[in-house]
Every structure is written in C-alpha cells, then in structure tokens.
Design a protein around this ligand. Sequence first.
Ligand SMILES: [Fe+2]
Ligand SMILES: [Fe+2]
Length: 474
Amino acid sequence: MTIDYAEKIPNNVNLSGDRTLQRALEHWQPHFLEWWQGMGPTDFQNSDVYLRTAVSVDAEGWAQYGAVKMPDYRWGIFLADAVPDRRIGFGDSMGQPVWQQIPGEYRSTLRRLIVTQGDTEPASVEQQRLLGHTCPSLYDLRNLFQVNVEEGRHLWAMVYLLHAYFGRDGREEAEELLARHSGDADKPRILTTFNEPVSDWLSFYCFTYFTDRDGKYQLKSLAESSFDPLSRTCRFMLTEEAHHMFVGETGIGRVVKRTLEVMKELGSDDPAALRRAGVVDLPLLQKYLNFWCSSSLDLFGSEISSNAAASFANGLKGRPDEERYEDHVLREAKFRIESPDGKGGLNTEEIPMLNALNEVMRESYLKDCEIGLKRWNRQIERAGYDLRLSLPSPHFRRSIGAWVGQPVTPEGKIIPQQEYARRVSDWLPTEADRAYVQSLMQKVAQPGKMAAWVAAPDRGINNLPVEYEYVHLS
Ligand SMILES: [Fe+2]
Ligand SMILES: [Fe+2]
C-alpha cells in the first residue's frame, strides 16, 4: 500500500475515507507540533538534517533520504500490509480470525497497553532534548535527530489507534500523551526509565542499546496481537526501531575502540590515566551498562504477573517471535522461578508459565543484549586486555518485582546490606563519574571530526562518507 503524501497527515490507512477520524487527528496535529517545538530538541529546528522518511512500508527500500528541517518532517500513520486471512497465533482463541475491531471486554486492557507503549515514545524525545548541544560529531547529531523524529512518529502510530478505535476515551488519552513529561514532578511519564535524565552521550548510547531494545521486545509482543491494526502498526515500527539499536551498539563499540586506542598509546589501563587522557575507562563504561541495563529490565514488570497471563490467554499480547515456540496456549506449561527468601538464600518455585511471561520475555531480551557485549569483548580481547564487559544479573538493582531493594551484586550474589552500601559505588556511576563524563561532552560540529572520547564510525549513513555534512547548522 502506498503512502499518500498529498494529505495533511501522510498515511496509508485511507484516512480521507473517514472524515470524522481525519478531522480529529488534524485537530491533534497542531498540539503535537507545539509539543515538538516546546519539548523536542532544543534549537536545531531550522537546521537541515539528513533524515530518512518512510515512503512505503516494504521491508526493502521503504525510506527516502534527504535534507529536512525537523519541524517539516512528515510524521504520519503507516501500517504494515495486512496479512490475508491472518489467524490468532496464541492464547485460548488460537486459530480464530484476528480482530479488526476491539471486543468490548478487552477495551480497557488494550487501551492501557497502547497508552503505556505510546507514553514511552515522546518521553524519550524529552529525555534527549538537550543532547544536540554536546554532540560528538555531525554524524551522531544526525542519528540523534533521526531517532527523535521516529519516536515522534511512533507516538503518531499509537495516537492513531487511540483515535480510531477508542472513541472519546482515546482522544483524551492522546491529549494526555502530550501533557505528561519526562521527569516532571507533577505529571511524569508512566515508566521510571523514561523519567531518568539522558544528559550525556554515553547515556544516550546505553539508552538506545538497552531501552530501545526493550521497545523492540514490547513491539514484537504487540505485533503478535489478535487486534490486527495494533499488530500491523507495531510491525512497521520495528522496521524503524532497528536503526535506534544500531546507534546504541555502534556508539558503545566506538567508545570501546577509542579507549583501547588510548590504552595502547599510554601502555596502561589505569582508569585515572585514561581519564586524564580524556576517554571513558572501561570500568566506567561497565557502570553505565549496569545502570541502563538494570533500569531497562524493570520495564518487563514483575516476575509473576496475572496481568501478563490474562493478556496472553486473551490474545492481546504474545511472546516476542511467538512462532519460535511449540506451545502457544500454555495452559499446562510450568516455569521455575527464583526469588529471595529474605535470609540471604533463594526460594525456587514452580509456577504456571502463563504467570511467568514477563520473566520469559526478560530472559529473551537479555539474550539479545548479549550480542553487543560479545562484539565489544572481542575488540577488547583482540587488543590484548583481560577485562570483559558483562550484563548485570537480572536481580541487581531492581525496582520492580521480587528483587526490589535486595542487596545483590551485578554477578547475582546476595550479600549483606552493609557490604552492598559500601560497594555500590563500584557498580553504578557516582556523582564524580557522571561529572567526569559530562566534562567530556563538548560539541564537535565540523564535518568528519569526532570528539576525542569516541572513534569515528566505520561508515556513514546511506553510503555517504563519514565526512558528509549530515546536519547543516543554521
Ligand atoms: Fe519507538
Ligand atoms: Fe526507538
């Protein structure tokens, strides 16, 4: 299905065929643009940015690249093509036709799922709004803005569903999505990770690596939904999402590369010497990985969840890549789960698999997170150093579920509370660490030049050289 760019709101959902819906969304559009101007990237709104814009929803050749001023980006509504005769792929109604309208009994649950997903999209734009001022290169600046405009589009994706399928409630929720703000004391974003400041580029790379990857897993599970418009929306969002995680993985890889170069020059891996030389020592990077990984793990929710069970059984939210599994109903399956016994040991419990689906998802997410770690560790190994970066245990620094407040090391060992308090500064960024990282953040804006703490990327965007002027600052 082609995208109609002649419309005020580009779309491939035949929006002009539904005047009421079109009017409602055209009424929301200026509110979105006001939000973008007020809460989106500060300055740079008049700069020409080399952005990709969706021109079709085919996996191949879906995007067109060109210089765009961000406020002129064509945010719109793009659904992946319908799968003919698609059937429900999991849960108690498996095999029945998917829904084009929402069954009344699932309305409020689906609304909550869509609003929670929708809330994360503008939240991340707000979190990243100041980063442009300290960009390590024009290449990075462009990637930041690409991510930002696409998160804005993901908001559109969810707002379309709210307007099209949830009537007045949906319209109110769409307004609320612009009224909550990341970190706001009175009206914060729904999920904690999306209220954390992202005020330096090391955090940005970690955020796009860990938190955008959470987004990938949430979208994959919603792409399985029996509510077909939600499934189609999420399938296309995943196409855009891949680049966000690429920014994170290559960003951290470039930090590692640069640090290894300086370690070689200095003939030392002494963190103090490396900080004097102006790069991110690897133990410091490890602390940032611990912080953002543990925060993102909370986004999967409690280990034991009757909501997750109901959403699966009712066909609202599946497991990421449902087709990988053999059992799609899970009425018989069990799952062994560990929780702290409060005396420094573990309880092992067997629970219905349906109630453990948050944990199932968290485990597959962690496996996906390992891919980058392997790559970065190979870089370190090739450079001849023994240190290895690692993911923290899913029991470390949890704010949700059975492990809340438990004194657990990043290796997953339960230790006395006092020891935890003494050692936590070895595991998480301290004020001094953050201040040091902040001190590295100096804007570099000559084409092809990089900040001293990060290596150049291997290649540019869309086959252009790294030296290309990806953002023309006005
Ligand atoms: Fe997104
Ligand atoms: Fe994203």
